[in-house]
Design a binder for this molecule. Sequence first.
Ligand code: GLC
Length: 815
Amino acid sequence: MAEASNYEVTESVTEQTLESGVQHVNNPVLDLPQIVKKYLQKVIGYQQKENSYLFTDGSATVEVKVVSDEIIRIRLAPHSQFLDDFSYAVSNPDQHVAVYAFQEEEDCYTVSTNTVTCVIHKETFLIAFRDRDGKVINQDHSPMHWEENPDFGGYYVYCTKVAEDQEAFYGLGDKPTHLNLRGKRLTNWNSDTYSFAFDQDPLYRSIPFYIGLSSGEAYGIFFDNTFKTYFDFGAEVHDRTSFWSEGGELQYYYIHGPHMMDVVKRYHSITGTHYLPPLWALGYHQCRWSYYPESKVYELAKGFRSRQIPCDAIYLDIDYMDGYRCFTWNKHYFPDPKKMIKTLADDGFKTVVIIDPGIKVDDNYWVFKEGKENKYFCRRGDDYFMEGHVWPGRCQFPDFTNPEARKWWSGLFKGLVDAGVAGVWNDMNEPAVFGRGTFPNDVRHNYDGYRGSHRKAHNVYGMQMVRATYDGLKKLNHGKRPFTITRAAYAGTQRYSSVWTGDNVATWEHLRLGVLQLQRLSVSGMSFCGTDIGGFSGEPDGELFTRWIQFGVFSPFMRAHSAGDTREREPWSFGPEFEAINKKFIELRYKLLPYIYSVFWEQARYGFPILRPVTMLEQELESNIPREEEFSFGDKILVSPVVNPGQTSKRVYLPKGYWYDYWDQCFHLGGEEVEVATPLDRMPIFIKAGAVIPEFPVMQSVDLRLVNTLKLSVYYADSQVNSFIYEDHGDTFAYEQEIYLEKKMVLIGDKNSLTLNQSIDGLFTERYETYQLYFIGLPFNINRIRIDNKLVEWKSEDGIPVVEVSKDFKNLVVE
Ligand code: GLC
C-alpha cells in the first residue's frame, strides 16, 4: 500500500462519511482493494477506573488517563480491546496527581487537573485540551480514526489536530532540517543513512515527540508508538497536524506547557533523563575508522600529549576485532590489549570500542555458538534465522527485545571490561543490513513477552541493544557510571546512552545541519548528543575543521570522527595555524567543564535540555523562530557557531537582558542583534550578566586534573541572578546517595555594590580549598571587599579585580 495514498484517503474524508463513520475509497494510485476507514462516532457512555476515564461510541473505546497534573494520556481501542499497556519509552507512567475532577456538561465531558482540562465532545468525539483559563491549547480536527491494515490484520491509526495559523513545531529527534517543522511531513523508521542530505528523512532515530508553539504558548505530544510513524505539520493541509502509524495503538500523551522548557522537562518526567555521565566523557574524544595497529594508537596518544592538546578518549573502530567478530581482538594488530589500554590509561586516555549487532555465522566462534544454543538470534516468520551481511560477512542478530538475550549480551562485555575498556560505542543498530537496508518485516521479536514482528520492534532494536550494553557495563564496572554511545534510538534511549548524528559529510552545510540537529535532539530528550566533528565522509579543509571544533566545544558530546578513506583528521592535521586554534578551543572545553558538568546535572536531575534554541529562551517572540543558528548551553552561555567559510563577522541576536562578550568582556544590551567579529580564532560566545561561571585550569585529561583553586568568573548585573555549581566524584553513582555538592551562588548587584551569597548542599568534599574570583563588568571602583564580614585584599589582573577566598564562604560584598 502506498504511504502517500493512505494519507490522501485520511484527508479526503467528507462530512457524509464522518456521519456514518465508515468511508470506502478506491486507492487511486495502486489497484488495491477498497480501504475502509472508521471514525469515532458520538459518545454514548463512559466509565471511570481510578484516574482513567473510558468513553465509548458503542463500538470503540477511548481512555483518558490523568498521568500527572500536566500530562494526560489518550488511548484508542477500535473494538474496545486495548493492546497491552507496555512501553519501552515510558519509565514512569504513574506520577503524582494532586487533584483531578470529572464533569458531565450538556455537550461534553471534562477531565480536569489543576492545570489542564481535557474536553471530550459528545456529538463528535473530538478531544481538546484547555488551560486553566479555558483557552484551547490543542484540539482535534477530526475524530480519531483507523483502518484495517490488509497486510497484517492490525490497524493503521490516525489522529488529526488543528494546526493554528502561526503555530510552529519542534522536536522529533534527528531530522536534518530547519528547527521549525511547519510544512514538513516526516517518517520515523530507523535507517542507516550514510552521507545523508539536508531534508532527508528518515534518519537513524525515531523520537515521536513534538512541541507545538502558538501565540507564545507551548504544549507537547508524545505518540508512543514504535511502528513506522508519520507526522504531518500542515504540509498537506495548512491548518492540520496529523500523526499516524502503520500499526499498534493510537496512544499519545498530551503534555502541558505553557513554556517549552516545562514541556521538555515533563516529557523527561515520563521517558527519563540521561544519568550523570562520567566526567571524562565530557572531555574531547578522538575517533577514526580505524586507529590500528597498536603502534598507531600510541603514536596518536603521543601526538596529543607532546603537543599538550587535551584529550580524554581514543576510539577503536571495527578493525580492532578479529574478522569483525564482536568481543574479540585482532591479535596481530593488538597483541596485548590489556597492556596497551593500561599504558593509555596511565597517560590519561580512556579506550572506547565499537560493538555492532551482527554476529558472524561461524561455529568456531564462541559468541555465535552461545547465541545459537540459547536461541537468542532473531528468526523469520517461517522460523528460519534472520541472516544478512554486515562487516563480518554472513551474520545473525540477537533479539535484543528478549530479556534473556539482553542479559547474555550484558555479560559478553566481561572480557573487554577486564581488559580495561572504559566505554562502548554501539553502531549499525537500526539494524543495518547491507543490500536490503534492514530486517524484513516478518522477523519475529520477543518484545519483552509482548511478542511482535519487526514492524513493531524495528524502531526499538537499537535502543534495546544499548540498554543491554549499558546494563553490562554498569554491572561489570562495579557501579561506575558507564559510557555508551548509540546510533539508533527510540524515545527514552537517553536513560541508557548518548547519541551521535551518524555518517555526516565534511561540508559547511553539514556543519550547519549539526547545529540544528543537536538543538533538536536536545529538546527531544536526547541532550547528550554530538556530531562527527569534521564530517565523517569527505575532506574538510583546515577552516571547516576548526569551525567544527569550535561548535564541538558547545556540543554536549565532543568527538572528532572520520571515515577510513579520508586523510588524517587530528587537531594538528591541518598545519600549525589551525592546530593552535584547535588547541585553544579544546582547552576552552576543559576550562568550562565544571559549568558543563553542572548543566548535565540539571539535565539528569530536572530534565532540562542542555542545548536550548533561542525560541525556547524567548518563546513569546515569533521573530525568534527563524533564528536557528544560535542556542544557549545551559542557561548562562549563548553561542552562535560560525557555519560559513571566510566569515569574518556575524550578526548575533541577544535575548533580552544583559550579556558579556566572552572574549573582550564587553557589555551588551539584549533584545537586539549585535555584529560580532569572527576571525578564525573566535566564535561568538556570550555570558549572561549575573552569571558565576566556574572554570578549571587547563588539563590534559580529566584523570590528570589538578585543581588547587577553582576559578569563578563573576559577571556583574544590577539585579539578582542565581547560578549553580555541581560537583562530585565524577565517575560513581554515589551522587544518587546524596554524595555531591550543589552550590547555589546568588548574585545581587546595584549601582555601588555586588553581593554574592553562597549556600552549599550535599555531602561531597572537593579537592581544592579556595576559589579565585574574577569580577567582570563592575560599574564602580572598588573601595573594599568583605568576606563573611572580614575585609580582604584584592589584586588586579589585566584590569580585572581578583580575590582569593575560602571555598566555604557564605557572603561576599564588593563595594
Ligand atoms: C558506520 C558508522 C561509522 C563507523 C563505520 C565503521 O558507518 O556510522 O561511525 O566508523 O560504520 O564501523
